[in-house]
Design a protein around this ligand. Sequence first.
Ligand code: UDP
Ligand code: MG
Length: 295
Amino acid sequence: MTDQPTFSIIAPVYNEEPIIHELHRRVSQVMDGIGEPWELIIVDDGSRDRSLEVAMEVHAKDPRVHIVSFARNFGHQLAVTAGLDYAQGDAVIVIDADLQDPPELIPKMIEKWREGYQVVYAVRSERRGESWFKLLTARLFYRIIYRITDVDIPLDTGDFRLMDRSAVGAMNRMREHRRFIRGMASWVGFKQTGVEYVREERYAGETKYPLRKMVRFAMDAITGFSYFPLQVAIYISLILAIIALLAIPVVALLRLAGQYVLQGQATTLVVLLLMSSFQLFFLFLLGAVREPHVR
Ligand code: UDP
Ligand code: MG
């Protein structure tokens, strides 16, 4: 048994075999400098390479390293969630395993935590070594999310952040499956602040976020934290209803005037418009019951 840790560091890992030793080296170097007990929780998200074996080697050498192993690939956000469930520390730090988030920033976060902030998120002032496609989509994503959600999710902030035990406790009570952790971390409230950093290149390997996972991630963020898609449904429903209701007297008047425009089709059109409007309205109601995390 190791001491009750003051700090827990959570690193989700999916096929990061060449990185794990270096991750442990960099994290140990930084955390040993702080001089308080810490643990590193490696969450193996169903890797197909030797990540789990390598993590076990690291654990064998250093009992402060703990491993959570998934039976299959459940995705980054669920891996972080499992780490949050297992973390024992008074403060918990979530970090990408690929060392794009420099562990050397952690002491700065801890400093803010000691000043009394319960959530300290890391803001990317610059991103290095990423494709123009990734840079553009990420830039767009953060700005769209910022615009359409009511939760103040800080711009250009990933999951690299420190959270106090009180904030982690609140997050751990939210058991939804489709999780957007950085949104949840703002939603729970508490005293929050940011520290800036330069996002480095990956230490080794390729991104584990192909377009398919990015789209799913964006969908979870939008459906979980924004009424915008539902508002689109209700607005279209309203517009269709207005067109239908205007069409009825217009067609009737034209007929009375002896103008048989759209003969036979007019009724069908009006009914179709009204039905579409009703359908969208009830879809909105069904969706609204899900209650996203909006204020
Ligand atoms: N990751 C994970 N499960 C996945 C995809 C990614 O645990 O299904 C981990 C990955 O190993 C890394 C972190 O999540 O530690 C961020 O992923 P990545 O670096 O590939 O994303 P990017 O930085 O390219 O956005
Ligand atoms: Mg990365």
